[in-house]
Design a protein around this ligand. Sequence first.
Ligand SMILES: Cc1cc2nc3c(=O)[nH]c(=O)nc-3n(C[C@H](O)[C@H](O)[C@H](O)COP(=O)(O)OP(=O)(O)OC[C@H]3O[C@@H](n4cnc5c(N)ncnc54)[C@H](O)[C@@H]3O)c2cc1C
Ligand code: SF4
Length: 296
Amino acid sequence: MKAIAAYKYYDAETLQEACATLNQYAGKAQVLGGGTDLIDWMKRRFMPTPDILVNIKKIPGLSGIKEEGGALKIGATTTLTDIIENSTVQSKYKALADAAMKGPAPPIRNMATIAGNLCQHVRCWYYRWPDWYCYRKGGPICFAPAGRNIAHAIMEQKVCNAVVASDPATALAAMNASVTVQGTGGTREVAVKDLYVVLGTILKPDEIITTVTVPEAPSKQAFLKSRVRNAVDFALVSAAAATTSKGTTVALGGVAPILVAGSPDDVNAAIGKAAPLSENKYKVSVAKAMVKRVTA
Ligand SMILES: Cc1cc2nc3c(=O)[nH]c(=O)nc-3n(C[C@H](O)[C@H](O)[C@H](O)COP(=O)(O)OP(=O)(O)OC[C@H]3O[C@@H](n4cnc5c(N)ncnc54)[C@H](O)[C@@H]3O)c2cc1C
Ligand code: SF4
C-alpha cells in the first residue's frame, strides 16, 4: 500500500462552516467521520485523493441518541458501538442494534459513525482496485457481469452491479427511518430507502447527514444477515422487517445498488423479477428465505 497523497485537513466547528468548506472545494472535499472507510480508500488510491478532509466530529450536538416526540434521533457522528450499547436502542429498536452488531469488528465499530456507515463506498472488488476504471469511477464498463460476481447485485442493476454495503441501512429502511441532510442551501429530509441511487447516494457535494430519525418504535422487528464468515464479513444478503402503525415494511441489503424496501408482497415481487449474474443465483433463494424468516 502506498502512502496517502498530500491533502488539507479542516476541523469544522459548526455545520455552516463545514458545508461552506465542502461547497468551496466543489466535489474535491470529503466529510471525515470515523475515517474507517475514507482513510482506507485514500491509502489504496482507488479514488482520487480529496483536496481536503472536513472533520465534523468536533461540531457540538452532532453526536448522541435521544427519544423526542416518540421518535428516535441519532446524531450523525454517533458511533456504531454507542448505538449497540444504548439501552433504548437495545430495548425498542433491536433490529438496528443487531445490524450494527453484525457489522464490522469492535475496533472499527468504536470509530465508525452511523452517517459514515450509511455513506461508505461499495465493496465491489473491481471498484476497490486502482487500475479498474469502471462506470462507478466514471469509466466505460462494469467488470462484474463477465468477471467474478458472487457477491454482486441480483436486481436494480442498470449500469452498476455493486450492492449497498451498510447493514444498519437495511434495518433503518425497514423502520421507515429518514436522514436530515444539511447543505449550504438549507436542510432536507430523505428516507433512508431513497438515500442510494445507482452510482452512489443522493447527497450533493456540499451536503452532510446530520441526524438519523426513526419515527416510531416498531412493535415487531427482526434483522438477519447471511455472510461467508459469521465472525465478521459484509452481507451477501441482509433482511430486516419492522411492524409499526403504518404496517410491515421489509428491506433487503446486499442484493442491489439501492435498497429494496416495501411491503412483504412488494419485496417478494421484486425478488421474483431478479436477474442474477453468472455466480450469484443463490442470492434469490437466500433472499426469499430471509424475507419469510424476518416476517414470521
Ligand atoms: C474490515 C471491515 C469490515 C466491515 N464490515 C462491515 C459490515 O459487515 N457491515 C457494515 O455495515 N459495514 C462494515 N464495514 C464498514 C464500516 O462500517 C464503515 O467503514 C464505517 O461505518 C464508516 O464510518 P466512518 O464514520 O468511519 O466513515 P468515514 O470513513 O469517515 O466516511 C465514509 C464516507 O462517508 C462520508 N461521510 C461520513 N460522514 C458523513 C456525513 N455525516 N454526511 C455525509 N457524508 C459523510 C465520507 O465523506 C466518506 O465518503 C466494515 C469495514 C471494515 C474496514
Ligand atoms: S459493479 Fe459497479 S463498482 Fe463494480 S465494476 Fe461494475 S460498475 Fe464498478
